[in-house]
Design a protein around this ligand. Structure first.
Ligand code: PHE
Length: 365
């Protein structure tokens, strides 16, 4: 700071001369105007407005002036500083707005974009339905049993009272495995799991066996060489056909709702005696005015599969005492149930593995 002046001598305080103050102001204004972003503006602020800026220093000189000069110079410097402060505020506003706009643009989130590029698949509806059916049996206290898909001919046929020359063997068009004397087949039904269960467990037996089975059928809208069945087997003392009927009624009611019960039609299977085909009430028309019903095609009933009281010859073949125990068994197609339950028109859709088919069933665990 300069020493006190007794006389106002503008020459002694050159920085306070009008053209000098204007030059400082103009430099400051130019620097502010030239600042392209907030960082450059902060730089201009410290250079031209900060404590060590020319105008701040000039301001400090005023106190050293003789009193008569202070007013004029004070005004001059004050105006210059005011103009710079104003320009700084205006430029700050402009640059902040620009900055905000750029940030918003850069951080824009398109909430309509799909969140996952790789959608999770869904379980196959046959798996879900098999599990659901298995759950119904488990809730009744039954166990779930499984067997191999490549099965011994003896278990698939002989143990079930279908000897080598039994005419009923032709009822099930069989895939035989090579070599011819391997005595292995792709199981034609889930009934060999009955035989396996009786051979390995002591009664009482309450098991359900869902699984994949094979027959040499041509592929069309209602046939496939591979399909799915659920087998049920009960072996206990005093078991009758009535227990079978009650179990099936419970199952169809649990799957399709109140009032969907079953009926028997006389039939023949070598492993059950007596045997029956089982039908359930059509869950769409409920047997009322079935002529119009496209689901059961006028029948009022939907065929489920076969059942009966276990033939004593099967009990003997599988090591169960037929004088003490009786039992019932049934086997029905899961694919048919899926088709009815979800109006699947073409069985090929079930087996082709197109995710557009499975994903329509949603994610059900
Ligand atoms: N296994 C028979 C079939 O596939 C169905 C069935 C099972 C019949 C159990 C009676 C008892 O046709």
């Amino acid at each position: 700071m300069s020493g006190p002046n007794t006389e106002y001598d503008p020459v002694a305080v050159t920085p306070l001369q009008a053209d000098q103050v204007e030059a400082m102001r103009d430099q400051a204004l130019a620097a502010i105007a030239a600042a392209e972003d907030l960082k450059a503006l902060a730089q201009a602020r410290s250079e031209h407005v900060g404590d060590r800026s020319p105008l701040a220093l000039a301001n400090r000189e005023i106190g050293a002036l003789p009193p008569q000069a202070r007013k004029e110079v004070g005004q001059r410097v004050g105006q210059a500083r005011g103009a710079v402060a104003q320009a700084l505020a205006a430029r700050t506003e402009v640059l902040e707005a620009e900055h905000e706009e750029r940030t918003l643009l850069a951080e824009t989130v398109d909430v309509t974009l799909p969140t996952r590029r790789h959608p999770a698949g869904s379980r196959h509806p046959i798996t879900t339905l098999s599990d659901r059916i298995a759950d119904i049996f488990v809730a009744m206290g039954w166990e779930i049993a499984e067997g191999p898909q490549v099965e011994a001919e003896w278990l698939n046929f002989d143990a079930l009272n279908l000897g080598p020359d039994h005419p009923a063997r032709t009822m099930q068009d069989t895939f035989w495995l090579e070599p011819a004397d391997s005595a292995l087949v792709l199981r034609t039904h889930t009934s060999p799991v009955q035989a396996r269960t009786m051979l390995t467990r002591e009664p009482p037996i309450y098991v359900a066996c869902p699984g994949r089975v094979y027959r040499t059928d041509e592929v069309d809208a209602t046939h496939s060489p591979v399909f799915h069945q659920v087998e049920g087997l009960v072996i206990d003392e005093g078991i009758t056909m009535a227990h079978l009927k009650g179990t099936l009624d419970h199952l169809t009611t649990a799957l399709f709702g109140e009032g969907i019960t079953t009926r028997f039609r006389p039939s023949y299977f070598p492993f059950t005696e007596p045997s029956a085909e089982m039908d359930m009430v059509c869950f769409v028309c409920r047997g009322v005015d079935p002529e119009q019903c496209r689901t059961c095609r006028g029948e009022g009933w939907i065929e489920l599969g076969g059942c009966g009281v276990v033939n004593p010859r099967v009990l003997v073949a599988c090591g169960v005492d037929p004088d003490r125990y009786t039992g019932f068994a049934f086997g029905f197609g899961i694919d048919r149930i899926l088709m009815f339950r979800h109006t699947v028109e073409d069985l090929r859709d079930v087996f082709e593995g197109d995710v557009r088919f499975t994903s329509a069933f949603g994610v059900e665990i």
